[in-house]
Design a protein around this ligand. Structure first.
Ligand SMILES: CC(C)[C@H](C(=O)O)[C@@H](O)C(=O)O
Ligand code: SF4
Length: 413
């Protein structure tokens, strides 16, 4: 008897582990990006360990301030590049490759049954592939760099079942916001979420990534979709390693079970300044926006850009609209299939694949008193620029709002 998390952490620690046990686990893959590797490498150096534990299992994408936004950032990045080179770390993805949480799955590191730890809170995204993906702080990451191990308290799990067929213009992001609004931003603290139900099975791999990406916005340690044929189809072409899918036992014990029906759901939106301040788009329709941002590890994938292009094709944006594909591979696909052209012709501005203005670093930070509708995962006060307001929505709602300059239901343009 076991949940997916109990079974993955049992395998990784070599003993039968149940919720609330403390285990020392072997990490399958460890990720740090340009933002957090600086502190992780500093802590690693202070430990006076000569070599990292494994040069193949550490993955470092540069995505947060990439390309560098200042000479200070450039110097810090130079130091990390040198360290990566000295340590002979094989999996380094420099600027332009894309956001860590997109790059790891694309390059085959996110596999069912694996324990993947990232020095970034949205590392829960890998749960879309049936992995236990979770975020840790930079000093914990230094410990992993040195030993390949980390201790965990095995989380209790919450089973979330989502059922119903979604209406036209309603997508994975709307479902995700509905889940976050229902569970609440502290409703799953240190719990692992397991997602079931026909709506989850119907979601594409990309949609499942959107959902698992926001597990941390409910305080969860991770969010996992049991692997199925869609997962295996995605993973088998890319996997860098052998893997063994893990499923919960029928008698697995859950701390809670939650049912959500999305049959008549309308497009959802999270109002400033809390992720769980969720309502239907119709409640805030007409609110003026200064900027539209389509991208991030939540919604910068090919189908997200295609959803936006389907709305914007043949129209002109009424406000500045920034589009940032989550990875280079996505940008290539979106260029080949005409999506980039449609968005450019509508007046969108493209930037280098990466995090962009998501956390207020560069390439689209908003001004005091400005409002942005964004496809990201966080709308905390000041996240995209001091004093700004952020609404979180789907790519279709963001694109429809770009057409009118006000928050708009995608069915109304
Ligand atoms: C910079 C990094 C530590 C941070 C995170 O961990 O989530 C960022 O990616 C974010 O989304 O706020
Ligand atoms: S896109 Fe945003 S949420 Fe995702 S890793 Fe980058 S800063 Fe964090």
């Amino acid at each position: 008897m076991g949940t997916i998390s109990e079974k993955i952490l049992s395998r990784a620690s070599g003993k039968t582990a149940v919720a609330n046990d403390f285990v020392m686990a072997d990490i399958d893959y460890a990720m740090a990006h340009d933002g957090t590797s600086i502190l992780a490498v500093k802590a690693f150096r202070e430990m006076e360990v000569e070599k990292v534990w494994n040069t193949d299992k550490i993955v470092i994408p540069f995505d947060h301030l990439a390309p560098a936004n200042s000479d200070t950032t450039a110097s810090l990045q130079k130091d990390i590049r040198n360290w990566i080179h000295e340590q002979k770390i094989r999996n380094f993805y420099d600027i332009g490759n894309g956001i860590c949480h997109q790059v790891l799955p694309e390059k085959g590191f996110a596999m069912p049954g694996k324990l993947i730890v990232g020095a970034d809170s949205h590392s829960c995204t890998y749960g879309a592939f049936g992995a236990f993906g979770t975020g840790v702080g930079a000093t914990d990451m230094a410990e992993i760099f040195a030993s390949g191990k980390l201790w965990f308290r095995v989380p209790e799990s919450i089973k979330i079942t989502v059922e119903g067929n979604m209406n036209k213009h309603v997508c994975a992001k709307d479902l995700t916001l509905k889940v976050v609004g229902t569970v609440g931003s502290d409703g799953a603290t240190y719990k692992a979420l397991e997602f079931y139900g026909n709506t989850i099975s119907d979601l594409s791999v990309s949609g499942r990534m959107t959902l698992c990406n926001m597990a941390i916005e409910m305080g969860a340690k991770t969010g996992i979709v049991p692997p199925d044929n869609k997962t295996l189809e995605y993973v088998k072409k890319r996997a860098v390693d052998e893997y063994d899918p893990v499923y919960a036992d029928d008698d697995a014990i859950y701390a809670k079970e939650i049912h959500i029906d999305v049959e008549d759901l309308e497009p959802q939106i999270a109002r400033p300044h809390e992720v769980d301040n969720v309502c239907g788009v119709s409640e805030v329709e007409g609110t003026r926006v200064d900027q539209v941002f389509i991208g991030t590890c939540t919604n910068g994938r090919l189908e997200d850009l295609e959803d936006a292009a389907a709305i914007l094709e043949g129209k002109d944006v009424a406000v500045r609209t920034i589009v940032i594909p989550a990875s280079r591979d996505i940008m290539i696909e979106a260029t080949k299939n005409g999506t980039v052209e449609k968005l450019l012709e509508a007046g969108a501005t493209f930037a280098t694949p990466g995090c962009g203005p998501c956390l207020g670093g560069h390439m689209g930070v908003i001004g005091d008193g400005e409002t942005c509708i964004s496809t990201a995962n966080r709308n905390f006060r000041g996240r995209m620029g001091k004093g700004g307001c952020i609404y979180l929505a789907s790519p279709a709602t963001a694109a429809a709002s770009a057409v009118t300059g006000t928050i708009t239901h995608p069915g109304n343009v």
